[in-house]
Write a protein that binds this ligand. Structure first.
Ligand code: FPP
Length: 243
């Protein structure tokens, strides 16, 4: 099961308490610890957390620097614990614009947790789903130049496998903080994701909230475009573009 989370509401959580926004992000790191711990207990195989979108560069430099500092501290302090729990940590997104010290900490954490088999934890940093799709399409167009006879089906399969090699399909997408949008997060991978929105601010989200979201997900009927009746009589073509 792949659970993706848009961790929203840190700033509002802090402002409502008369605290600087960074206090919300700091409290948000505590939630990351709790949720990751719970995820492995629940048997979730893959979890992707949206920590910093490519559009977040538009925030004041001081806030951006604080978020990166918190990430570095998290990686420095948590890596050993993650390794012991069998967590494989991976950062997705652009790396070329990240501060060198953060990058070094990321590479160290990825190396030390590379053998983890219980939970594949991915943290999206400087991430934009549109950018990831555009980059993949550019690879696909190279292929088209080499194989001009490629069919639309084979190109779609190629696009799918190129994107899937970066990311599994999302089963459950959770967004905290009361907003109901995807904000350029795992757009391709969420084609059939079940969406769960909660008003809870990220720093207040806890293990019981994750349990509730997963329980809600398990009650849903996933049809992937089919119907509730048996698909045995389906006349669907074997492959291709369909609505
Ligand atoms: C969204 O809340 C949160 C962020 C953009 C940053 C999230 C960062 C962390 C939780 C800290 C570091 C992460 C890890 C993985 C260690 P917001 O600031 O947009 O809140 P608002 O909508 O209330 O303003």
């Amino acid at each position: 099961m792949h659970v993706a989370i848009i961790m929203d509401g840190n700033g509002r959580w802090a402002t409502r308490r008369g605290l600087p926004r960074v206090a919300g992000h700091r409290a948000g790191v505590g939630t990351v610890r709790r949720v990751v711990e719970r995820a492995s207990d629940l048997g979730i195989g893959q979890m992707t957390l949206y920590a910093f979108s490519s559009d977040n560069w538009n925030r004041p430099a001081q806030e951006v620097e604080s978020i990166f500092r918190l990430m570095r501290a998290y990686l420095r302090l948590e890596t050993e614990r993650l390794r012991q729990r069998g967590v494989r940590l991976q950062i997705i997104g652009r790396r070329d614009r990240l501060p060198k010290l953060l990058l070094r900490e990321i590479e160290r954490a990825e190396f030390l947790t590379a053998d983890g088999e219980c939970l594949h934890l991915r943290i999206a940093v400087d991430y934009s789903s549109r950018e990831a799709i555009t980059r993949t399409i550019s690879t696909v167009s190279q292929r088209l130049l080499q194989e001009p006879q490629s069919s639309v089906d084979s190109l779609q399969n190629f696009l799918n496998s190129a994107l899937s090699s970066e990311s599994e399909d999302v089963d459950l997408l959770i967004r905290t903080g009361g907003e109901k949008r995807l904000s350029d997060f795992l757009l391709w991978e969420s084609a059939y994701a079940e969406l769960f929105f909660t008003d809870r601010m990220w720093p207040d989200f806890d293990a019981a909230d994750l349990d509730a979201a997963v329980a809600d997900f398990k009650r849903r009927e996933r049809r992937f475009g089919g119907s509730t009746t048996n698909a045995a009589h389906s006349i669907a073509p074997s492959a291709g573009l369909s609505p």
